[in-house]
Design a protein around this ligand. Structure first.
Ligand code: C2E
Ligand code: CA
Ligand code: CA
Length: 268
């Protein structure tokens, strides 16, 4: 028998309201993007920034993406969100490139629903064209879980996007279940190692071995490898032993509005 729990009822009510508000919020300025740098761990230079959506709701306050994106995926409105994020990121890109140099890239998160959408590649291509942004400067981040939900569909879409010039990152790698065969069959450019790999990594040699194996896998597949969730200096220094490795995390910078970003110059 289901037991009435007012806190659950409140939560469900809030979630329903939120979903009704998403599209209006995108138009009204309640949503905006913040950017977090991905840096070369050895020299600290910024290669790209990841766009992360923010929502200040007039009734519920600041709502972290983890609290509403999964639901937006379920109810089928994530696609409008993704297109809005890509559009906004491309709009912000000119200023970013002017400051950081031509080699900077911008990353946008896309969902399983986007990958399954038959027109996504055309819509994404149209947005970049409209802003005069080369797809080669845009990294589309797809979580391992999303990519493996329907690997055949994902492979086809990723291949098309990759042929159009977009760069593809596999996000949260190690948190889902990819078969290595599937992994090798996707045309990927970047592997983002899930931050769970860093938990207690300096304390446990076994954990270090596991992280090393993940890094070697990325290297064997000839991918740019980014370690996520680097929060402190000790880990950042330890990671310097791996040549060519990239990192993302509070240690190098928290997500910030485009206008507030203070990035290490990268103009070479
Ligand atoms: P993600 O794609 O893995 O993004 C990285 C998340 O880790 C961000 O959380 C970021 O603020 C956080 N983070 C960065 N450095 C550190 C660190 O050193 N320590 C810790 N503990 N966390 C760190 P955020 O912005 O709350 O986003 C959470 C998730 O929501 C994202 O995870 C992504 O899956 C999703 N998300 C965010 N923006 C978008 C979007 O525009 N579209 C879609 N589809 N999903 C988004
Ligand atoms: Ca991401
Ligand atoms: Ca991630």
């Amino acid at each position: 028998m289901a037991i009435y729990d007012p806190s659950i009822a409140d939560w469900q009510y809030q979630q329903q309201i939120l979903m009704l508000d998403v599209e209006g919020a995108l138009r009204s300025g309640e949503m905006w993007l913040e950017y977090q740098p991905k840096v070369n761990i050895r020299d600290g230079k910024v290669r790209s920034v990841e766009a992360l959506i923010r929502w200040q709701h007039p009734q519920f306050g600041r709502i972290p993406p983890d609290h509403w994106i999964p639901l937006a995926e379920q109810v089928g409105i994530i696609h409008s969100v993704t297109l809005w994020v890509l559009d906004q990121a491309c709009q912000d890109f000119a200023a970013l490139k002017a400051r950081q140099g031509d080699s900077i890239g911008v990353a946008v998160n896309i969902s399983a629903k986007d990958i399954a959408h038959p027109l996504f590649h055309e819509e994404a291509g149209a947005i970049t064209r409209r802003h005069g942004v080369s797809p080669a400067c845009v990294i589309l981040e797809i979580t391992e879980t999303a990519a493996m939900a329907d690997p055949d569909v994902a492979r086809n879409t990723i291949r098309t996007l990759s042929q159009m010039g977009f760069r593809i990152a596999l996000d949260d790698f190690g948190s889902g279940h990819s078969s290595l065969g599937n992994l090798a069959s996707f045309p990927l450019d970047e592997l983002k190692i899930d931050r769970s790999f860093l938990t207690d990594v300096l304390l446990h040699p076994v954990r270090q071995k596991i992280l090393r194996a993940a890094l070697e896998l990325g290297e064997a597949l000839d991918l740019d490898v980014v370690v996520e969730g680097v929060e402190d200096e000790a880990i950042a220094l330890w990671l310097q032993q791996f040549p060519g490795l990239h990192g993302q995390g509070y240690y190098w910078g928290r997500p910030e509005r485009a206008t507030a970003l203070r990035l290490t110059a990268n103009n070479d």
